[in-house]
Design a protein around this ligand. Sequence first.
Ligand code: FE2
Length: 200
Amino acid sequence: MSFKLPELPYAYDALAPYMSRETLEYHHDKHHKAYVDNGNKLLEGSGLEGKSLEEIVKGSHGKNAGLFNNAGQHYNHIHFWQWMKPNGGGDKIPGKLKAAIDSDLGGVEKMKTDFAQAGATQFGSGWCWIEVKGGKLAISKTPNGENPLVNGASPILGCDVWEHSYYIDYRNRRPDYLKAFMDHLVNWDHVEEMYLAATK
Ligand code: FE2
């Protein structure tokens, strides 16, 4: 399959003031689009044409760095837009996901602290995650365009900690961005959907 830039699932100004129109215009229309366009060029002749995006991410890891970086970022950003919504965040976490957070991650408050810590301590560009590995939830972080798929896990929530995701709105204050993401933006219903899909 060739890569295609998805529409944002909300208006460009829908996440303000926590994520501005300007950030979403640059992040979606410029950065994500570049991953799509470059990924499509690199997919040609790679031997992975016709595979699913997840298969392309896993199949290019460690073998075709250019394709992997763009395909990984395409996968990450498709989900990143879905992992946010207006008036999201907070503690309104659906029951099955909440039970798993309580049993595997030490409860909601500890999950929030550990997720923010993973994002704040990812040196340079990357992502922090809640993933499912071996049927259990775990917190992790990855550099650049990597994601939990390459470690045999399934991501169910990720936050982009590349500067392009927060510098316009938060300048260098990455921890403030991570707190706003968790308190006001996370679409917990979508996280639970991915949790249920990863554990069935
Ligand atoms: Fe990004």
